[in-house]
Design a protein around this ligand. Structure first.
Ligand code: HEC
Ligand code: HEC
Length: 229
């Protein structure tokens, strides 16, 4: 009996020999990058394989007006939002088909564990910021100036910085995001639909915005050109 087991082990070992040899990298194979060599997960590969690109595009910047730009966003903020959407803490209104807009993403976030989410956030944050997307009709200079004034007088820069470009702590960069997405989030934070993270601190400020002011500020912020990294 013992001989049979030893024989089996020998067969397995011999069988594994050529397979291992085949699996070894040829001398001229490209070197894995530093992140992979250190065993850290590859954020770019994860983003592309965990279904994120179906909705967010392969560079985190798909042209759906009411979806967020992820490229160049603050990494801490990205990570917190992934976790909050996965845990059902960040809620949203419904899409055209009647499902909460966060639902499709909530359904897939379990595919990425904590370490992988961190790697995806770091990858996205390091991408070049998107260029402002043209609006139709294009807002004229007077409308953009009125939007800037509403933003400044509304106290928004206390937390989001001039032109919405200051990524403090877990706060998002909002300059250069898509107009419809910006407007939706202002309204849903104001109306108590979205209550996750530190969004409650913004409620008193957003309560002062009627839908018209929301539109003005969203037009203005969406046309801010983010500085290159
Ligand atoms: C089925 C479509 C869908 C998939 C798949 C999806 N997302 Fe999303 N994601 C969305 C939508 C829609 C929102 C905005 C929700 C809202 O309007 O409140 C969002 C929001 C986000 C946010 C918050 C952005 C912000 O500015 O607040 C992050 C970060 C994010 N997604 C990352 C990911 C990652 C990483 C994956 C893959 C693991 C992923 N998403 C998969 C649709 C999707
Ligand atoms: C007291 C701090 C504070 C002030 C003032 C504030 N915000 Fe915010 N804002 C936040 C925080 C924090 C979040 C992210 C919420 C979270 O943690 O999920 C946020 C999120 C947003 C978002 C959503 C970004 C995204 O990617 O989903 C928009 C848009 C926004 N703020 C616009 C504004 C505007 C416009 C004003 C002025 C009327 C304003 N905020 C004033 C703290 C603030």
């Amino acid at each position: 009996m013992r001989g049979a087991v030893a024989g089996l082990v020998l067969v397995l070992a011999l069988g594994a020999g050529p397979a291992l040899a085949q699996g070894a990298a040829p001398a001229d194979a490209p070197k894995p990058d530093a992140a992979q060599a250190s065993g850290a997960p590859d954020g770019k590969a994860l983003f592309r394989t965990k279904t994120c690109i179906a909705c967010h595009g392969k560079d985190g910047s798909r042209a759906i007006q009411n979806y967020p730009e992820l490229a160049g966003q603050n990494a801490k903020y990205l990570l917190q939002q992934m976790n909050d959407i996965a845990d059902g803490k960040r809620l949203s209104g419904k899409d055209d088909r009647g499902y909460p807009r966060t639902q499709g993403m909530k359904d897939v976030m379990h595919l990425a564990n904590a370490q992988e989410r961190q790697a995806i956030a770091d990858y996205l944050a390091a991408l070049p910021a998107p260029k402002p997307r043209a609006l139709n009709p294009a807002p004229d200079a007077a409308r953009l100036a009125a939007g800037k004034e509403a933003y400044t007088k509304g106290g928004c820069q206390t937390c989001h910085g001039p032109d919405g470009l200051k990524p403090t702590g877990v706060y998002p960069i909002i300059g250069g995001m898509k107009r419809d997405y910006l407007a939706l989030q202002m309204i849903e934070i104001r109306d108590g639909v979205r209550q996750n993270g530190a969004s409650k601190s913004m409620v008193p400020f957003s309560k002062k915005l009627d839908d018209e002011k929301v539109g003005l500020i969203a037009d203005y912020l969406s046309q801010i050109e983010r500085p290159a990294k």
